[in-house]
Design a protein around this ligand. Structure first.
Ligand SMILES: NC(=O)c1ccc[n+]([C@@H]2O[C@H](COP(=O)([O-])OP(=O)(O)OC[C@H]3O[C@@H](n4cnc5c(N)ncnc54)[C@H](O)[C@@H]3O)[C@@H](O)[C@H]2O)c1
Ligand SMILES: O=P(O)(O)OC[C@@H](O)[C@@H](O)[C@H](O)[C@H](O)CO
Length: 385
């Protein structure tokens, strides 16, 4: 069995590659980082170390890589794959779609078996988004055949993998916790169940619970931490005010998740408690610039701040802490983050009110917009003090 995994980065090597290799797959990474590709081709193995007292270490074997810039190689790898997974970033999915589409065309010509393609990104409907990009590369006739040749089940993945600074560039240090949930209702016959994946018939509660708790809390820790001059999430969470605000924002989304899906309150409180402990793991060093990265994506209407805020408001709750998180995101002024640079340029050019609407789609007359404006000014003053 061979899996082609797009993105040999932190989550690709530290989570998906590890699980697939342990499940008996040969893992072929496709990446555009030449050094990473050459190193994987040369070593055919790498190490994953747990960020815990025992530092348990796994050697991931039976791996190799192809260069994602060579379309013909990507297409051939997809044509020969038994499974395709991705962890490249949701905004990169459109760039890997042409190679996947070419591979699927080869499979159609060759009458190959149906292929499952699972996007493991932090996004609602990541695989569905990838499917749309792939479809746009196919003729109408090929689009008509697609359902018989490929399925794109959505997924939720959870494991904190910081940016790595190890001597061995292939080694990855990861937190012990992991969760990989896949929507089995979107699968077609021929899928081999993989140990380590939790299959569910309805993914939305899982992806929203994960994105609105882990990722909402995480980005609030990052944005508030950044404003107070902390370099890492661990340092930010050691500040009692930031830790309390992170907990409050998770409780705010928790109230929504309880109303929307009926999650048990005490079980959800345990879930939050565990996540807060994961954020303070002393064996991890996770930079606020990684966790806050791509604020345009994080401020978009379907992501971890605006989506739960609007859903809470629609259900009669006022998401004051999510509004504070959005305000802090607009103050994330990191010069090597292109999204942050763009937001700061728009704030300068168009002012706060228009920029909030531009990125969040929340109209200027909406009470949440007003709350973001107020919180922005308060946070700005406090960060100058
Ligand atoms: N790191 C985490 O804690 C974590 C946890 C859960 C989910 N995720 C999600 O996983 C995805 C990847 O995150 P990451 O932290 O591993 O990022 P990363 O930057 O470490 O890895 C992304 C990899 O994709 C590669 N890439 C970029 N363009 C490509 C292309 N066209 N073809 C093939 N490869 C390409 C990059 O070179 C890089 O190696 C994101 O969607 C992220 O939200 C991350
Ligand atoms: O990857 P992003 O940019 O969507 O979010 C940053 C972090 O919150 C994220 O990578 C978490 O570490 C991860 O989602 C934990 O499962």
């Amino acid at each position: 069995m061979r899996a082609v995994h797009f993105g040999a980065g932190n989550i690709g090597r530290g989570f998906i590659g590890l699980v697939l290799s342990q499940a008996g797959y040969e893992v072929v990474f496709s990446d555009v980082n030449d050094l990473l590709v050459e190193r994987l081709q040369d070593k055919k193995a790498y190490t994953v170390k747990l960020a815990s007292e025992g530092q348990e270490t796994f050697t991931v074997t039976n791996v190799t890589a192809i260069n994602g810039k060579v379309l013909a190689d990507v297409a051939e790898a997809v044509a020969q794959a038994d499974l395709v997974t991705t962890a490249v970033g949701v905004n990169i999915l459109k760039h890997i779609a042409p190679g996947i589409a070419e591979g699927l065309k080869l499979r159609m010509e060759r009458g190959a078996a149906p292929l499952h393609i699972i996007a493991c990104e932090n996004a609602i409907g990541g695989s569905a988004q990838l499917k749309e990009h792939v479809q746009s590369q196919l003729s109408l006739e090929q689009q008509g055949k697609l359902a018989a040749f490929a399925a794109f089940p959505n997924a939720a993945v959870d494991r904190i993998v910081p940016i790595q600074n190890n001597e061995d560039p292939l080694e990855v240090i990861v937190e012990p916790f992991y969760e990989w949930v896949v929507d089995e209702s979107q699968m077609i016959p021929g899928f081999h169940r993989i140990e380590g994946i939790h299959y569910v018939r309805e993914l939305e509660p899982y992806i929203e619970r994960k994105l609105f708790t882990v990722n909402t809390g995480h980005c609030v820790a990052a944005y508030l931490g950044y404003l107070q001059g902390f370099a890492t999430i661990q340092q930010a969470m050691a500040n009692a005010d930031i830790a309390a605000e992170v907990q409050r924002v998770m409780e705010e989304t928790g109230a929504l998740l309880h109303l929307k899906y009926g999650f048990d309150k005490s079980q959800h409180a345990d879930y939050i408690h565990k996540i807060l402990n994961r954020f303070v793991n002393p064996y991890l060093t996770d930079e606020v610039t990684r966790v806050g990265r791509s604020p345009i994506r994080k401020l978009s209407s379907n992501d971890r701040l605006v989506r739960p805020a609007m859903q809470s408001y629609e259900r009669g709750m006022f998401p004051a802490h999510l509004a504070g998180g959005m305000a802090a995101a607009f103050l994330f002024d990191v010069s090597d983050d292109p999204d942050a640079v763009q937001i700061q340029a728009d704030l300068q050019a168009h002012g706060l009110a228009q920029t909030i609407t531009q990125y969040t789609t929340i109209g200027a007359d909406h009470p949440i917009h007003e709350a973001v404006m107020k919180q922005y000014e308060l946070l700005k003053q406090a960060s100058k003090a």
